[in-house]
Design a protein around this ligand. Structure first.
Ligand SMILES: *Cc1c(COP(=O)(O)O)cnc(C)c1O
Length: 377
């Protein structure tokens, strides 16, 4: 009997945070204990330091820590001046929060179809949908790969539009050497636990080089007050907790190595999946430094759901990001859009595979083998 290289009954989750936490457990304990000892839980030194560290890393003048990525999008929409009746161009192939932020202002998300190669907004389709009401564009760097930002920024400049980058999935990703979140007029990041840089709870960040926008978001996150108890407008409570900031500062020191780990895992997937008929691996663009928040393949021939079911039977978890494009949700039944055939097709074909920075090769071999058998069977 030969020794098995992998335990075939061992479950493989879509994301395993345990090895990451174990590798920095002492640092985390010290950081959390430091906050407990200080009893400074809100708007303390960790939030301030974390904002500066992120601003320096991204190469932006201002980073404002918030309670979630959703709030970064909502307060970002407020800061770029979205008002009732405005139109905001974005992708339907994203998490709900991207469109939701626009709708919060009784403005209208205008959904543009995606590029079949990158799954990001098809920049070539944007200009025909710009009109007098168009105020902004929200590109989403889906799965950790940057949108083609040069032509998008050129369009924005030509038509006087503001750009708010949705960087929830792209922390550390680059476009032609510039970090996402530092290319548009503003950026929105999420530190949801499963994101590449994840807290142990909710968290987010707004980024910009515009001092007026930064000041607006800083004021809005504390009830519309620049000075406590001298409220100037109706804001919200959207602060990042000190404990989360302390945790994020520890994790931030490792993010480049972790993103590199994800790229290595992705490289192995590319090798393992090559030649499986009916499976299309993701494409990494020359302009992008991908951070593989997700490794998402397409399964052709209407077999995606069968493949997911068969993998699940073998203990391999996968996720569908996203099974329903936003224009197909009842809440957006009346949103204006033309046909969005690529988004519709991709919603039926995409499946995201397990990925984290230290995912082992033997697990990936088991996953690829299961996929091969599932598409052939
Ligand atoms: C996660 C995510 C968000 C929302 O971030 P939260 O921190 O969960 O509010 C927004 N947009 C995209 C594309 C996301 O993946």
């Amino acid at each position: 009997m030969s020794a098995p290289t992998a335990n075939p009954t061992q479950k493989i989750p879509i994301l395993d945070l345990k090895p990451e936490i174990a590798s920095i457990r002492e640092e985390l304990n010290a950081a959390i204990n430091g906050v407990l000892d200080s009893t400074h839980f809100i708007m303390g030194p960790n939030v301030k330091a974390f904002e500066q560290e992120i601003a320096d890393y991204l190469g932006v003048d201002h980073a404002v820590a918030l309670n979630s990525g959703t709030d970064a999008l909502i307060l970002g929409c407020d800061a770029i001046g979205i008002r009732p009746g405005d139109e905001v161009i974005t992708t339907p192939f994203t998490f709900f929060a991207t469109g939701e932020a626009v709708s919060h202002f009784r403005a209208t998300p205008v959904f543009i179809d995606i590029d079949p190669v990158t799954y990001n907004i098809d920049v070539n389709l944007i200009e025909s949908r710009i009109n007098d009401k168009t105020k902004a564009i929200i590109p989403v760097h889906l799965y950790g790969q940057s949108v083609d930002m040069d032509p998008l920024m050129a369009l924005a400049a030509k038509h006087g539009l503001k750009v708010l980058e949705d960087c929830a999935q792209s922390f550390g990703a680059e476009y032609r050497g510039a970090k996402t979140g530092a290319i548009g007029h503003s950026g929105a990041f999420s530190f949801f636990p499963s994101k590449n840089l994840g807290a142990f709870g909710d968290g987010g960040m707004f980024t910009t080089n515009d001092p007026a926008m930064a000041e607006r978001v800083r004021m809005m996150r504390v009830h519309g007050a620049k000075k406590k108890y001298y409220n100037e407008t109706v804001g919200v409570n959207s602060r990042l907790d000190e404990i989360q900031a302390a945790i994020l500062r520890v994790k931030f020191k490792h993010i480049d190595a972790w993103n590199q780990g994800r790229r290595e895992v992705a490289a192995r997937y590319f090798d393992l999946l090559a030649g499986i008929e009916g499976v299309i691996a993701p494409t990494t663009m020359d302009y992008a430094t991908h951070v593989f928040h997700q490794y998402t393949i397409r399964v052709l021939g209407g077999k995606r759901d069968t493949v997911q079911k068969k993998l699940e039977e073998e203990g391999i978890s996968t996720m569908l990001y996203y099974p329903v494009a936003l224009h197909r949700l009842p809440v957006y039944a009346n949103a204006p859009h033309g046909p969005l055939p690529v988004s519709d097709q991709l919603s039926d074909e995409v499946i995201s595979l397990p990925i984290w920075p230290t995912l082992e090769a033997d697990k990936q071999e088991r996953i690829a083998d299961a996929i091969r058998r599932a598409v052939q069977g």
